[in-house]
Design a protein around this ligand. Sequence first.
Ligand SMILES: [Zn+2]
Ligand SMILES: [Zn+2]
Length: 187
Amino acid sequence: MPKHSPSHLDPRSPLVLDTRELPRRPGALRTVKRVVPAPSDLGVELISVPEGADLDLDLRLESVSEGVLVSGRVSGPVRGECGRCLREINESVAVTIQELYAYENSTTDVTTEEDEVGRMQGDLIDLEPALRDAVVLTLPTNPRCREDCPGLCPECGVHWDELPADHSHQQIDPRWAGLSQLTRKEE
Ligand SMILES: [Zn+2]
Ligand SMILES: [Zn+2]
């Protein structure tokens, strides 16, 4: 009985790696350098790679006895919002990938759990889950526009950067309040 259902991966999908060109001989190498559009929801709540943005794949595929080891770097732009002041954040992220994808029905495939080692589907590798994990682990859950962002004045909502150092919302001195009433009466 085959352990796997037929591959549902589309070899033309940007994050599917096709290893047909890679000989199944330990030590054989291929590099994959390409720019692909980012999938949706690549990131965390406040910061993520915009869907369709250019993701730079710079990967090395190496045949090992039980499968293919994929290692390298993926980088791309990230956009988000500062958790303190809500300013827009435009940065970039680079993640390191190192993941073994076992050949179907190899010893590794048969003896490991699904979540321990990646699985090949025929000659194809779905890079997306590993990429998602790496990006989510790298991006901050509480992003800042800069390390020491002071945030917003809780009273008026203006960024502390744009307020004078002595900015405050203390109640007006009652004597001055009286004076302003006088001025109003005169008008
Ligand atoms: Zn900020
Ligand atoms: Zn204020």
